[in-house]
Design a protein around this ligand. Structure first.
Ligand SMILES: [Fe+2]
Length: 255
């Protein structure tokens, strides 16, 4: 685990070694005399886009209540399965969110200096709210006659998206600011996604769900505010500590 980003010998930029960079770039196929591949990457992607099956499908509801609901919704032009798919996605995301905060809590056990106002209790509170939102989604799916254990197509993709965030927050090399940035990415998606889910539920006349989803949105807005505030202070600490290092060359790390 790192306290903060330090000055070092990062050699990933081309400008570290202009001559070798020029030699490397001279091998790119954009040069006139370089042979072009017969099939380009764009052609291969286009072929996949044309031929691929969907990620998954939505099964019919498992309860009579849901079947009746689906028939009624379909007849009225509204499709309940679209809402069920998106609630499934939200459930997957909130479950990932819970795990992201579990990872942050583990990190806090060894963190010596936290931004002002960031406490273990407040992080735990957000973690528990993510878990409650997952439970709320499960309950909503059941109310609509769906199967909460189903991996819906949107939930499947949300799982893939969440993998990147999970890898980032569990990276032992990440600084506290970087870990907070990962939480912020998740929280911003939470807010925008609850807003869209509320719009869908409103359109389908699911007023009882709209009320509950609005409560979740209120909490998510609070999460964004908290995490942004902590990240702001953490970055300010990075700035002032970096300033100390800049002013004293002896403390600068060489690697
Ligand atoms: Fe959240």
């Amino acid at each position: 685990m790192q306290d903060r980003i330090t000055l070092g010998m990062n050699r990933t930029g081309l400008r570290t070694s202009p001559m070798e960079a020029e030699a490397m770039l001279s091998g790119l196929p954009m040069q006139e005399d370089a042979p072009m591949p017969e099939i380009g990457l764009e052609d291969i992607r286009a072929q996949y886009l044309e031929e691929s099956e969907p990620v998954g499908s939505m099964p019919p509801p498992t309860t009579l209540k849901g079947v009746v609901g689906t028939v009624a919704e379909t007849l009225s032009g509204n499709r309940l399965h679209v809402l069920l798919d998106k609630i499934g996605e939200r459930a997957a995301y909130e479950r990932s969110g819970t795990r992201l905060y579990d990872a942050m809590l583990q990190r806090l056990a060894t963190e010596t200096a936290l931004p002002e106002g960031m406490t273990r209790e407040l992080v735990e509170e957000i973690r528990d709210e993510e878990a409650r939102h997952f439970a709320l989604c499960v309950e909503a799916i059941e109310k609509l006659g769906g199967d909460p254990t189903l991996q819906t197509p949107c939930a499947d993709l949300a799982g893939v998206q969440g993998m990147g965030l999970m890898q980032a927050i569990n990276d032992p090399r990440a600084t506290l600011s970087q870990a907070l940035q990962t939480l912020l990415a998740a929280e911003v998606i939470d807010v925008a996604s609850w807003e869209l889910l509320i719009e869908l539920a409103t359109q389908l006349g699911r007023d009882e769900l709209v009320t509950q989803f609005n409560d979740a949105l209120t909490r998510e807005n609070e999460h964004v505010a908290r995490v942004t505030g902590w990240l702001r202070l953490s970055l300010q600490a990075d700035l002032s500590l970096s300033g100390d290092m800049d002013s004293d060359p002896d403390t600068r790390r060489a690697t």
